[in-house]
Design a protein around this ligand. Structure first.
Ligand SMILES: Cc1cc2nc3c(=O)[nH]c(=O)nc-3n(C[C@H](O)[C@H](O)[C@H](O)COP(=O)(O)OP(=O)(O)OC[C@H]3O[C@@H](n4cnc5c(N)ncnc54)[C@H](O)[C@@H]3O)c2cc1C
Length: 337
């Protein structure tokens, strides 16, 4: 039976995979990566497929899907292999009395993906809690231990790993705190749900619970029965602009090292695309989530080309209204819009 990206990604679109390898230990993963690189075969590394959209043509090469599982706690350091499911790490940290990851509860995908786009939610980003990581460098063939300053974090959702196939993350160490109190909660909606002031703290277990409730209300926790979650989360990235055009003067804005960050969801909704938009559009296979304007969703039976056509339609509407061109937050492979 041919395995396709539709089988292995959360958007559930994408064509066939040439050769699929699923390494279960870190040494096995490194050896596979070494062999595939030496063979000169096109190589795509993936985790949970929750931030990845691949074209209907698929990938005529090797795919390494990380399934490594090493996991260890040493004091306040949590070291985990790239193939471990992210939310299991958050749960284990909370249960072990370690504080720091709780706001990142419920995010799909695997550990190796977290530094790639400096995954974040509710005011915490991966780089806040990252101690170090181990990468396999496909150019030199070396396995190296990196501190966060080498990772190119800074601007929203950026890192040196994004859009580069040179480095594969094989292991990540998070620096947490042995504490009954969470990191300060800076996100107003979460603070309200916890009944605390912005900047206050709560127990990591309570924060995890509250985050999961809020995420479920936005269809941001995977549920195979719920098409609003057949997505890559935020499909479009919040644009960072050197100058905000007059047309977007009412848009909320946030500082970013590269300029001013605008919420793409605000731009999309104000350009006339409400949540759920598209249910009657095209063939009805693709629509914005009915609970989150940034999530492009597969309503069942969508193809990648339908997703791309839909994304281009949304982008054109936002550009016509505000003169701002949205780009993808997810990784697009063998497809574009
Ligand atoms: C419902 C939903 C909600 C989401 N909510 C959030 C959110 O709140 N915040 C947020 O930041 N993201 C969110 N996301 C996006 C996604 O979950 C994260 O980006 C996640 O970290 C991706 O991990 P993954 O293992 O699925 O990566 P994949 O989708 O498999 O891969 C994504 C990219 O990373 C690369 N990659 C994967 N593993 C490695 C590795 N070990 N080494 C090098 N490169 C690698 C791949 O080649 C690809 O380019 C959401 C997605 C969904 C579907």
């Amino acid at each position: 039976m041919t395995i396709t990206f539709a089988d292995l990604t959360t958007m559930r679109v994408g064509g066939p995979i040439g050769r699929l390898y699923v390494p279960e230990t870190t040494p096995e993963a490194v050896e596979l990566l070494r062999q595939a690189t030496a063979a000169g075969d096109p190589l795509l590394v993936m985790g949970g497929g929750s931030n990845l959209v691949v074209g209907d043509v698929g990938w005529d090469g090797t795919v390494v899907r990380m399934a490594t599982s090493e996991f260890g706690i040493d004091g306040e350091l949590l070291t985990v292999a790239a193939g471990v499911e992210w939310d299991n790490v958050v749960k284990a940290a909370v249960e072990a009395g370690l504080s720091g990851l709780e706001a990142l509860s419920g995010i799909p995908g695997l550990v190796g993906g977290t530094p790639v786009q400096n995954v974040g939610a509710f005011g915490t980003v991966t780089s806040d809690v990252l101690d170090s990581l181990t990468v396999y460098d496909r150019q030199t063939g070396r396995v190296e231990r990196w501190t966060p300053d080498r990772c190119g974090f800074g601007s929203h959702r950026q890192s040196v790993f994004k859009h580069s196939d040179r480095w594969v993350v094989v292991e990540v160490t998070y620096r947490l705190r042995r504490s009954g109190q969470s990191r300060p909660i800076e996100y107003a909606e979460l603070a309200k749900r916890l009944g605390i002031e912005v900047g206050g703290t709560a127990s990591p277990a309570d924060v995890r619970e509250a985050v999961l409730v809020l995420r479920r209300s936005r269809a941001m926790v995977l549920d195979p029965e719920d098409h609003d979650t057949w997505s890559v989360g935020s499909f479009f990235i919040n644009p960072v602009l050197a100058e905000v055009p007059e047309s977007a003067r009412e848009c909320p804005r946030y500082p970013d090292v590269k300029g001013t960050k605008l919420p793409a969801a605000w731009l999309i909704e104000r350009a006339g695309f409400s949540r759920g938009y598209g249910l009657e559009w095209g063939d009805g296979t693709v629509a914005l989530s009915s609970r989150h304007a940034l999530a492009v969703t597969n309503r069942g039976g969508a193809t990648t080309s339908e997703v791309m056509k839909f994304a281009a339609h949304i982008r054109a509407g936002v550009e016509a209204r505000f003169g701002i061109r949205l780009g993808p937050e997810c990784d697009l492979v063998n497809c574009s819009f």
